[in-house]
Design a protein around this ligand. Structure first.
Ligand code: ASP
Length: 308
């Protein structure tokens, strides 16, 4: 399948990126994190639109910070209720319109597949900033970057993905990227929130099939990275949420079963799945992970804008 992402055009999921493209993004991100900046004129005439039809703190603000730090300008909205979507305008018509104003569109939308729909009608590149419970490729890239920044390598780790693996879009993109880069992935989810079969099939195609278990203690004992996610309350029946919330928690008792240098990651926001007392440990890297969103998104935007 032709790849359409940076180096091509749209970034809809991690499949759009070759291994070389991923490595190039991580290299550029490391250099931006170390303070490198483009020449002042490189992106000065480029305009990025952030179209957020769903709530966001980190993704939208780190994309906007990244655009500003590149010297580009930003327009956009974070409240779709204030746009013509409220009047019944289709996503396609909104995209066609804003593609006439900006050079690149960063889209977050509650419907799975919405980024692909946008790409079909857009003359400018679309970057998927989360489409429903489907995918979140730029989060997966910043997660991989964080592994490299914290542990010196993107490969060879034993990673536990914990939580709502069914509805969590970050873990859908990340599981595939991790297996492609030669990491061993173990999946731990409450009953009913297991990883979808199609994501497992993609992992199998791109490397190794992930291991699945309900025994978190045993999984953590063998891991060097624990990636925690919240239960996606907004994507499930309230009765299911009430039954499942609080069904797992990362705390000192759990971590006493793990290696003392276990790296703990979380895409955030956290609700109650990590005890705040864990934050003080050296392996608790989730706020450093969030900060990595800026250099990684600078790298993603720079690559696309250079070629389009
Ligand atoms: N912020 C991430 C996302 O947008 C994770 C989450 O919301 O749980 O998918």
């Amino acid at each position: 399948m032709p790849r359409s992402g940076p180096g091509g055009r749209h970034l809809l999921d991690v499949d759009d990126l070759s291994d070389d493209a991923v490595e190039d993004i991580l290299r550029r991100a490391a250099s931006f994190a170390a303070g490198a900046r483009p020449h002042s004129s490189d992106f000065a005439d480029r305009l990025i639109a952030t179209l957020f039809f769903e709530p966001s703190t980190r993704t939208r603000l780190s994309f906007e910070a990244a655009a500003h730090r590149l010297g580009a300008r930003v327009i956009g909205f974070s409240d779709a209720g204030a746009t013509s979507a409220r009047k019944g305008e289709s996503l396609e018509d909104t995209i066609r319109t804003i593609a006439g104003y900006a050079d690149l569109l960063v889209l977050r939308h509650p419907e799975p597949g919405s980024a692909a729909r946008a790409a079909r009608v857009s003359q400018v590149p679309i970057v998927n900033a989360g489409d429903g419970d489907h995918a979140h490729p730029t989060q997966a890239l910043l997660d991989l970057y964080t592994l490299q920044a914290e542990r010196g390598a993107t490969r060879g780790h034993s990673v536990v993905l914990l939580g709502d693996l069914r509805h969590g879009r970050t873990v859908h993109s990340l599981a595939v990227l991790l297996t492609r880069f030669g990491n061993q992935v173990t999946l731990v989810a409450p009953p009913g929130l297991e990883m979808p079969a199609e994501v497992i099939a993609k992992c199998r195609e791109s490397g190794a099939a992930p291991r699945q278990t309900h025994d978190l203690g045993e999984a953590v004992a063998d891991a060097d990275v624990l990636y925690v996610t919240r239960i996606q309350k907004e994507r499930m029946d309230p009765a299911d949420y009430a039954r499942l919330s609080g069904s797992y928690r990362v705390d000192a008792a759990l971590l006493s079963r793990a290696s003392s240098d276990l790296l703990v990651l979380h895409p955030l926001p956290r609700v109650d799945e990590i005890d705040p007392a864990v934050d003080d440990g050296p392996g608790a890297a989730y706020f450093r992970q969030a900060a990595n969103g800026v250099p990684v998104r600078m790298a993603i935007l720079a690559r696309i804008l250079e070629k389009n």
